[in-house]
Design a protein around this ligand. Sequence first.
Ligand code: MSP
Length: 643
Amino acid sequence: MSEKAFYVTTPIYYVNDVPHIGHAYTTIAADVLARYHRLRGDRVLFVTGTDEHGQKIQRTAEQQGITAQQLADRTVTNFRELWKTLGISNDDFIRTTENRHEEVVRHIFRQLSAQGDIYKGTYEGWYCVPCESYVPEAQIAEDRTCPDCGRPLEWMTEESYFFRSSRYARPLLEYYEEHPGAIRPRGRYNEIVSFLRQGLKDQSVSRTTLDWGIPVPDDEKHVVYVWFDALINYLSACGYPRDEEKVRTFWPAVTHLVGKDITRFHCIIWPSMLLALGLEPPSLVFAHGWWTVEGRKMSKSLGNVVDPFEMVELYGRDAFRYFLLREVTFGLDGDFSEEALVQRINADLANDLGNLLNRSLQMLEKFCDGTLPAPGPCNDLDRELQALAGDTVAAVDEAMQRCGFDEALRSIWTLVRRGNKYIDETMPWKLGREQERERLATVLNSLCQVLRTTAILIAPFLPDTAKSMWEQLGLPGTPDETGLADSPWGGMPEGTRVHKGGVLFPRIDMKEWSERKLERDMKKGKPVDPGDHEETIAIDDFARVELRVAVITAAEPVKGADKLFRITADLGYEERTIVSGIREHFTAEELIGKKIVVVCNLKPAKLRGVTSNGMLCAAETPDGKGLSLLTVDSDITLGSRVH
Ligand code: MSP
């Protein structure tokens, strides 16, 4: 493995929102790549940060009654905190309001103007404020809403500076034809190439409609368009233009990880800007897919936004990191569910990985006083395991060069499972009992070599787990310091004293977990999982249920029954006595005066000696703890029929 420079970035995140699983996903992926390349011995620069200018931020700040800078300062701490919580190892954190960045933006703006690549003109068109972009006519439907976010577009006319992207369509196309690996996955590459074939319109790069941005040099009526500003962060974070050594090292050795929604900015506008500056386009832009949550789009209104802080608190950061990268192929859309996460914890982490460590160390302690014996002669089974460990290192390296996180993890787990099977096949407990010391020594030694290699390979993904395995194996330093070059078989020397510690991942009891999950969901007001639905009925079937509006005029406890109320419901044309089991949820005072919906044609039934003549309707949470009466939204006449 040869040393090389590796620069990896995440999108810089807008500061108008709290961090969610989407942000966590890209940043974890970038962290794993950065850690992996460090492990390989590469010179790594890993940068994330925040995108703090623009209309979206200005408007959110106005709504909150604070300045945009205050909003940015507040939100940036959430991001920083989250990266700490997730164990993110970024080398730098860049904010677009920092002087070091603003200077570079001004420098680039001046340079491109001086060389005629930026000029002044007029812009008009349909603009989406939340997306901060003009939408081309061809993409606008009759209702004039944004094709990306669905919100209404606004017509805008403004004097604007333009970047001459049109000039770079051809050179960029040629670049991509020569570098088909520069955009991944392949589908995105094809999309970008066919888009470029139609040529490019010049790109508006300034705004006069807001002031929260970097003023255009020598024309302060304008501020630099937020995307032009934001993309430049990738250069300012690597020292452009002053730190020539750093730029030479890390440019264009850069991998931009982005969500699929922002591919065009990264694969068209950004590389055109770079070409104009005389720089090479990025080595790789990898566009990942989007997460839905339990089959639905993630949204605040559905109350299903996944909070990464909560996931870490509940399941630990390593499990969360593992799940995100193992569950879905990077580049494809995926569905997040806590249940799937828990199942992976139990199967892959507790059962496969945890067991391998536990069983191996247990036997080492039992039969060898916790000290690794020198291996005896090897047979085919041992050699096969050793070969698999070597192949795994190679397979992981190959997959990681392509951001194939799930494949890399699958390869590692093939080795882990093989390790467990090797235990079953060699039966070291039997060898120990029968005093077959030499064979036992080979088996336990092999297992420890597998564990050591595994700890190194999982270190980028599960850094805490790798460290804990390392300590339990009694190895010096850390897996990160050891690196991949040192991962081959035999790296754990005989005589090493192991220190068996606690279990890596305790198994989660599914039944208990579902109960607690239900409670959490209800506290958050999350919609109920409907479970099995009733069979379909015809409208006539429903019409047979006579529902009418009534008002509660009295509610008395039923003697000898804690849960029952004897309710008097006035239907206007008659009064009914209804016995209802809602006493745990309401006091009589709360009930009296409520306009409710009553089933009037239910067969009377006797409850604790009182005849109940009808039933009131209420919504109940699945655990029966929450109850809400069905009422009417206006003062409608009593007795009115509900259809
Ligand atoms: N500020 C711009 C990026 C500028 S980069 C020069 C931006 N910021 S953002 O905060 O809106 O978003 C960031 C990232 O989150 C995008 O890459 C987007 O794809 C990602 N995601 C937002 N929701 C997501 C999911 N539900 N799933 C996965 N990623 C998602 O865009």
